[in-house]
Design a protein around this ligand. Structure first.
Ligand SMILES: [Zn+2]
Length: 306
């Protein structure tokens, strides 16, 4: 089998290729083991059909129609008289998605979050709602033997603007490791005291978290988390840019005012000068009159001589 190389007892009966690829599958193992007592049984009680979603292939969503069987348990003392054959390599009991599709959704949730993971998954043909992704993330448990060394504390909204809890993440594995019911110093410090392996705690600017860490994990170094550092930096840069922009606008306005004062007055503002010209013309005219009067004087003197 090409599509399911690790499932030797699953046979493909039909393939329908349309916008969605539909595979009809049937189990072929002669026996199945009772999940309660482990006894193998070959006595089939009935058959039924399961629908499963799988990872897409070349952009086409894949849907599996699984014909599975119910068996009688042969062990008389077993409490489970009838059981459904399991397909542990393909899917979990009662799941509607294959294990590989669930793992892809879980990785999306761990990497970019529930809603964003659902949006990106939809673009990639990996179907799963925000709630489905968050449920898969919550079901993933870190190794019980790994004590955390570097953790992050942040709040999460149980009811936005009203009730907040504390989310604790292992920053080395990138996995959430616990949820606390609130942000109080008492509960936070009590949790930290149970994990003496912690030596670095990343947190926001909350004084409650600072006190909880100081009280519960005094050996740990407290550092500001990257998100809040970037947020605070962005706020400072925004304020600085706003102040600089205001200063630039004031300087531009002052320069414009100075330039306007230095420019010569336009022509239509020289009305007094026009009046001055008229005065000059009048003076010239008076001078002409004086000349005329002098000429008349000269003529009168000539008349007296004659
Ligand atoms: Zn049994």
């Amino acid at each position: 089998m090409i599509i399911f190389p690790d499932l030797p007892h699953v046979q493909v009966e039909e393939v329908e290729v349309a916008q969605e690829i539909t595979l009809t599958l049937r189990t072929t193992s002669p026996t199945a083991s009772c999940p309660s007592c482990g006894t193998a049984s070959s006595r089939i009680q009935s058959r039924y059909t399961r629908m499963l979603h799988d990872l897409p292939s070349v952009g086409h969503p894949i849907r599996l129609i699984m014909h599975v069987r119910r068996f009688f348990c042969k062990k008389s003392t077993c409490a489970q008289k009838i059981f459904v054959e399991r397909l542990p390599d393909l899917c979990r009991p009662h799941a509607q998605r294959t294990k590989q599709l669930q793992e892809a959704l879980r990785q999306l949730g761990l990497t970019i979050g529930g809603q964003t993971g659902a949006d990106m998954g939809s673009d990639l043909g990996i179907s799963g709602s925000r709630d489905t992704i968050l449920r898969l993330v919550r079901q993933s448990h870190p190794s019980a033997h790994s004590e955390p060394h570097v953790i992050g504390l942040d709040d999460w909204a149980r009811k936005r603007r009203l009730r907040y809890g504390t989310l604790i993440c292992d920053l080395e594995s990138g996995l959430p490791i616990d949820l606390l019911p609130d942000r109080s110093v008492e509960i936070g410090s009590a949790w930290l005291k149970k994990h003496p392996s912690i030596h670095v705690v990343s947190r926001d600017g909350s004084s409650e978290y600072a006190s909880a860490i100081t009280k519960g994990a005094p050996q740990a170094r407290q550092v500001s988390d990257r998100w809040h550092l970037v947020k605070n930096l962005a706020a400072c840069v925004s304020v600085q840019l706003t102040q600089s922009l205001t200063q630039l606008r004031r300087a531009e306005q002052a320069e414009a005012n100075a330039t306007q004062e230095q420019q010569p007055l336009p022509q239509h503002h020289s009305h007094p000068r026009t009046r001055g010209s008229e005065t000059d013309a009048t003076s010239s005219s008076s001078g002409t009159n004086s000349s005329l009067r002098a000429d008349h004087g000269t003529a009168a003197a000539r008349d007296e001589k004659h």
